[in-house]
Ligand binder design. Structure first.
Ligand code: BTN
Length: 276
């Protein structure tokens, strides 16, 4: 594996990111699965590096940044990415599946992140379909999945993960939704290197299990983390609005919504969900 850490730590953080520290916090069994692990001081977006990566079969390329100048969120939104305080991480991995079968991957990434944060002591972390990482109705992190097709049944997938660890007040003013950070959830959040290693330790095996068995093998774990399960929700699907009770996900990761006897299914990217 190639390890690269930014030579200049320009960030004021007392907790600088370090490729060596992340690697040493990883379980030995995973170390051979990394094509590279790079930490950058400032780049437009870790997603751009991940989408350009060429990890070999069975390995992944990992990119972190202290700061992103063009952090990307879902649906064309911006991801507020101030320096030296949060986690901005992208994992590039080849999946030998047709694009249609990758739909559940963003839910699986959410499960891996939530389980990693539970292991760090943040047991109140939940997931809001399709892939918002939440604590008490406030967004702690987000996931952005982007694909680069390699053939009709294989893609390079960039799994982008943002976790608010210690959001500075001045940056928080730019966030347009209820949010929180790990500093508000845990008395003493672990170092960002330890959080990154834990997320990778949960994510890599989850990716393998997903490639072998799809979302179906994760349904029980999703149910245990589902912030919406049994809640009244309002689905905005273009001009259409549907109300009902969230009833978990299908085998492919679509959201099930019940209204009396009627059940409707919503796929990622089509809708936004608000507790009603
Ligand atoms: C969302 O809108 O909820 C998804 C946010 C994803 C943010 C992460 S931070 C690391 C990676 N690089 C980016 O530019 N975006 C993702």
């Amino acid at each position: 594996m190639t390890l690269v850490s930014a030579a200049i730590d320009y960030s004021p953080s007392a907790d600088p990111l370090s490729a060596e520290a992340i690697q040493s916090a990883l379980p030995g069994s995973l170390k051979a699965r990394f094509h590279c692990l790079q930490v950058h001081s400032e780049i437009p977006s870790t997603q751009l590096h991940a989408l350009a990566a060429t990890p070999g079969s069975g390995t992944c390329a990992v990119f972190l940044a202290e700061r992103q100048t063009q952090g990307q969120g879902r649906q064309g939104r911006r991801w507020v990415s101030p320096a030296g305080c949060n986690l901005y991480l992208s994992v590039a991995r080849r999946f030998d599946l047709p694009p249609a079968q990758l739909a559940g991957l963003s839910l699986v990434a959410g499960i891996a992140i939530a389980e990693a944060l539970h292991a760090a002591g943040a047991g109140n972390v939940k997931l809001k379909w399709p892939n918002d990482v939440m604590v008490d109705g406030r967004k702690l992190g987000g996931i952005l999945i982007q694909l680069r097709p390699l053939s009709s049944d294989a893609s390079l997938v960039a799994i982008g993960i943002g976790i608010n660890v210690r959001m500075p007040v001045e940056a928080a003013a730019q966030i347009d939704q209820p949010w929180c950070d790990l500093a508000a959830v845990l008395a003493a959040p672990p170092s960002r290197n330890v959080i990154a290693a834990s997320v990778l330790s949960h994510l890599l095996p989850a990716c393998e299990a997903f490639e072998a068995g799809g979302m179906a093998v994760f349904q029980g774990r999703w149910d245990a983390l589902d912030a919406l399960l049994g809640q009244r929700v309002r689905i905005l699907d273009g001009a259409r609005e549907v109300q009902g009770v969230a009833a978990g996900v299908t085998e492919t990761g679509a959201l099930r919504v019940r209204d009396g006897e009627r059940e409707q299914v919503f796929h990622g990217g089509e809708v936004s969900v608000r507790a009603s």
